[in-house]
Ligand binder design. Structure first.
Ligand code: 3SK
Length: 514
């Protein structure tokens, strides 16, 4: 039975009606927004979207920096019953165009910093009607009506949220997979309330005096929970930082705003430890939170010793919307992902599908819980493999410890997580094969000194040619988002293959690790 529920209204005007209107919801480079101001701004942007003709369930894509416009754009799309689709700001115009086309977005909202990529994407998307850009000028894009953010928010506000149901689609988040083609994980309004009431309330214990700061940006599932869903559901506040995460800047923001919950990942904690800031800089932080990749135990101990706060590592996924296994304050098992979050069930299964019922035996991690997405948009074959009844196959190998904690053993397939972001070897290999010197290419993940995977490319050159590492890396950077590039390029005469011609990636991983 579906119930009326609108997640944007739950995160904004509910707080006002419950007496929190004057509390600060968002802190950002140009000041702050109270819950009253945030609600009014969401209603204004919602008015703009409606004036553009956006209909319930149509997609509104956003490629924007973490700032008020992105937060209000996401909430306004949901407020009018449309589907917010925040996308990575690291994509090239070509990569972004594929998402605009796949989602059939009607409107694309972009920050002026990304004018080049959003304009290129808009020019290549037949279903797109409107492009809105922050800043003073709207670019010319044939076949698309363009306007500035100020023009968008100039329409009459929408003063009542659309009557969505808890089951209505609210948010799509694109995630990369083995095939190299990103898939849109579809989330409902109710999923947002569920993650806020489970992980946000019961693991992090968010309270109105909390101030959240996240190194993971809002376009990630991890970031949107950290910077929008959890703080707003609790009447707390979020610091929005448009710049790329850098330990010095983020440490300054902690002092400036009295941050209490500090969200990052191993690729952020490593440089933070190396930077050697004074311990007092973190005096207000009650917990660090980590996800994206398994947190090496040495980082947990190092940050605790050096800066005095405990990091709670967890595992989540874009498909589950947020973290479903997590460590808990005061009960951390360093090196593990922790314990199932209340509201979720997890199982480890053998290759034959039987369930492992005790500690010590590794298995494929499955998870069940209300926030699991309804599926990937228009991807039936993958949906049938990944979503099995109420269970989702995560693709991660885990083992249960005697103490009830779960520890990650790695991926069951070839996909890599680099700095917490999925990278599809197939996609990078496709780009490498476009290089004039490359005959064959294979990309594997090779752990660095902290055990965190970095992409390494093995290349068989065309006859009479050699590959130049710097040139190949620059070629990748030019054609795809920079985070996907190989960090090393190794020339090889022949790739190791099985008798049936299948590439033996494990041999290349072992070779690179020597
Ligand atoms: O990578 C993770 O662990 C994660 C955590 C929260 C939300 C989304 C993701 C992918």
């Amino acid at each position: 039975m579906t119930e009326p529920f609108n997640a944007a209204s739950y995160l904004t005007e509910r707080r006002v009606s419950e007496g929190d209107g004057r509390r600060i919801a968002l802190r950002h480079p140009r000041g702050s927004h109270t819950y009253e101001q945030l609600t009014a701004e969401v209603q204004r942007v919602a008015g703009g979207l409606r004036a553009l003709g956006v209909r319930p369930e149509e997609r509104v894509m956003l490629c924007m920096t973490d700032d008020v416009e992105l937060a209000t754009g996401i909430l306004a799309a949901m407020y009018v019953g449309a589907v917010a689709v925040p996308t990575s700001t690291m994509l090239t115009g070509g990569e972004l165009a594929k998402l605009v086309v796949d989602s059939r977005a009607r409107v694309l909202l972009g920050s002026r910093e990304f004018a080049a990529s959003v304009t290129a994407a808009a020019a290549d998307a037949p279903d797109l009607g409107h492009l809105v850009l922050t800043g003073d000028t709207a670019p010319d894009v044939p076949g698309v009506r363009t306007l500035t953010w100020d023009q968008l928010r100039d329409a009459a506000p929408v003063e009542r949220a659309y009557d969505t149901w808890d089951e209505s689609p609210a948010l799509w988040l694109y995630t990369s997979g083995t095939t190299g083609t990103p898939k849109g994980a579809m989330h409902r309004h109710t999923d947002i309330r569920f993650v806020a009431e489970t992980y946000g309330a019961r693991v992090l214990g968010l309270r109105p005096d909390d101030v959240c700061l996240s190194a993971a940006k809002l376009f990630f599932a991890y970031g949107i929970g950290n910077s929008l869903f959890f703080p707003l559901a609790a009447g707390a506040s979020a610091v929005l930082e448009p710049s790329r995460p850098n330990p010095k800047l983020y440490t300054d923001r902690i002092a400036e705003h009295g941050v209490t919950l500090f969200f990052g990942g191993p690729s952020f904690w490593g440089p933070l430890m190396a930077a050697d800031f004074p311990r007092e800089a973190f005096a207000t932080v009650r917990n660090g939170i980590s996800a994206g990749e398994a947190l090496p135990a040495r980082m947990y101990h190092g940050v605790l010793e050096q800066y005095g706060f405990e990091i709670l590592d967890g595992i989540g996924s874009t498909e589950a919307l947020h973290i479903f296994i997590s460590n808990v304050a005061g009960k951390v098992v360093p090196g593990s992902s922790g314990f199932p979050v209340p509201g979720y069930r997890v199982e480890l299964r053998r290759p034959d599908g039987s369930v492992i019922d005790g500690p010590g035996e590794p298995g494929m991690l499955f998870v069940a819980g209300e926030s699991i997405c309804t599926g990937y948009w228009c991807r039936t074959a993958v949906n049938r493999a990944v979503f099995q009844g109420e269970w989702m196959r995560t693709g991660d190998q885990y083992v249960l410890g005697e103490d009830g904690s779960y520890t990650c053993l790695g991926r069951a397939d070839d996909v890599l997580k680099v700095g917490g972001i999925w990278v599809s070897p197939a996609e990078v290999e496709t780009r490498l094969l476009e290089h004039p010197d490359v005959a064959e290419a294979v990309v594997v993940g090779v752990p660095d000194d902290d055990g965190l995977d970095k992409p390494v490319a093995y290349i068989v050159p065309r006859p009479g040619r050699h590959v130049d590492e710097a040139d190949v890396i620059a070629f990748c950077r030019a054609g795809m988002a920079a985070f996907k590039r190989p960090r090393r390029v190794i020339e090889i005469d022949e790739l190791p293959k099985t008798g049936t011609g299948k590439i033996q990636r494990f041999r290349l991983r072992a070779l690179a690790a020597q």
